[in-house]
Ligand binder design. Structure first.
Ligand code: HEC
Ligand code: HEC
Length: 196
């Protein structure tokens, strides 16, 4: 019960700290042209290990871009593209991707692993924060239909404390997951539809 309270408390604290100005979708569309080679023209990437951004809450994307720009989240491919962007640019980009329709990635998923992952997503409260259909909310990203390799990379990173983490919640959640749990969970997450 304490856990549920913590989750609710954190969600409301972060909502209060939301980046203030809503971005401009059309300005974001132009600014996103530089990102299309990796993330796809409409934010649906086809590269393994590269996340799709379409339909992610603007709040989540905005915060991740701030963290990349500040060096709190690092990636050799990604970091160079955000270093010189203004706050307005980050807001516009986040608004643009939030307005794009998400599509499921095409990675082959194992139905037996997905079936084993489904109850784990409930027992580990993944659905409390990421939403019942895992479509994300506020600062919590969409996981449904996301790239399988990317999901593995992030979950292993949280467990090893080598990936950035906005509020520390994922690092805490990931500690109790075994390698087998991670494997089953990602097949379940990737097999959930990203389409709304
Ligand atoms: C050369 C390829 C490349 C380009 C160009 C690129 N990115 Fe990325 N981006 C990546 C990779 C790879 C990751 C995953 C990094 C990781 O594993 O942490 C990423 C991660 C992200 C994330 C985090 C998504 C999540 O679910 O946490 C956001 C947001 C993002 N990129 C936005 C952008 C924007 C906006 C641009 C253009 C200004 C851009 N990227 C340009 C490769 C790229
Ligand atoms: C207390 C709320 C909470 C719970 C419970 C939770 N998450 Fe998260 N999750 C978050 C937040 C917040 C983030 C963004 C963290 C960051 O800045 O990297 C996140 C990020 C992620 C990411 C990175 C996605 C991306 O686009 O980069 C994955 C994967 C993930 N969570 C999987 C899970 C799984 C699997 C579970 C259950 C085992 C789970 N989460 C439980 C709040 C939660």
């Amino acid at each position: 019960m304490m856990r549920t309270f913590l989750i609710v408390a954190l969600l409301s604290t972060l909502a209060a700290a939301a980046p203030a100005a809503a971005g401009d979708v059309e300005a974001g569309r132009r600014k996103a042209e530089r990102c299309a080679a990796c993330h796809g023209a409409d934010g649906n990437s086809t590269l393994s290990g590269t996340p799709s951004l379409a339909g992610m809450g603007a709040f989540y994307t905005h915060w991740q871009l701030i963290m990349f720009r500040d060096g709190r989240r690092r990636d050799p491919q990604m970091t160079p593209f955000v270093q010189n962007l203004t706050d307005e640019d980050l807001g516009d980009l986040a608004a643009y991707y939030a307005a794009q329709a998400p599509r499921s990635r095409t990675a082959a998923t194992s139905s037996s692993r997905a079936a084993a992952g489904r109850p784990l997503a409930l027992s580990n409260h993944c659905t409390s924060c990421h939403g019942p259909a895992l479509m994300g909310q506020l600062q919590v990203p969409r996981l449904a239909g996301q790239d399988l390799d990317y999901l593995v990379k992030r979950l292993r990173g949280y467990k090893a404390k080598t990936t950035s983490d906005l509020d520390g919640m994922m690092t805490m959640v990931a500690q109790s997951l075994s390698d087998e749990d991670v494997e089953n969970l990602v097949h379940f997450l990737a097999s959930m539809p990203a389409e709304r």
